[in-house]
Write a protein that binds this ligand. Sequence first.
Ligand SMILES: [Cu+2]
Length: 222
Amino acid sequence: MMFLRASLPLSLALSLSTAAAGAVTFEGLVQTASGKALPDAAVVLEPLAGAAPAPKTRAHAAAHAVIEQRGQEFAPWVTVVQTGAAVDFPNNDTVRHHVYSFSQPKRFEIKLYAGKPGQPIAFDKPGEVVIGCNIHDWMEAYVLVVESPYFGKTGADGQVRVTNVPAGRYRLQLWHPRQKARMPATEIEVGADGAATARMKLVLDARPREPKPHTTVDQESY
Ligand SMILES: [Cu+2]
C-alpha cells in the first residue's frame, strides 16, 4: 500500500493499476494525522487533460441523493455529488424542519415542512455547501459538489472505494468538513501496471465529527 502525506511534493506520481478493460477500482484508506481512521472524508479524482473520457457523463456517479432528517439530525452528515445532481430532503421526524443554506455555490431554503418536499434541490455549481435547520441549531449537513464523476466518501473504517476509474492521470483531492487546512491536490497516475485495483493510504489533518448536543427537544406538532 502506498503512503501519501499532504507534505509530499505535488509531482509525486504513484504507480497504480489498470484492468484489461482499462478501468481501475481505486481503494483508499484515509487517516487523521494521529493515525485514526477518518470517516466522512471525500476523495475526488479529477481527470487531467487527455487522461480520461469526458467526465460530464454521470455513469459512475449518482445524479440523485437523499439527505433525510431523522431524530432531529441530518443523515448522512456528508454527501458528495457531481455537479447537477438533485438532492431530496425528506423529513422523517414528527416535528417540522426548515432547511436552508447560505453557502455561495447553493443558497436555498425549504420553509417549515413535514414529509417530503415536492421538489429536490439541484446542486449545479461546484463547491462546499453547509446546510442547517432554522428550528434546530445543532442540525448540520454538508454537500460537496464536484465536477468529476470519480469520487467517494470514507466509511467508519476510513476506507473508500471509487469504481470504474479509467486509466490516466488524475488530480487527487481530499476533503473533510473538519479539516484543519485545505490539503494540496496531488497528481497520481492510474493504470501504470495492469492491476485491477489501486490502493493508497492518505493522511488528512482533520477532526472526526463531534455531534453537537441537542439544546432543546422541540415537541411542536403539525
Ligand atoms: Cu429542524
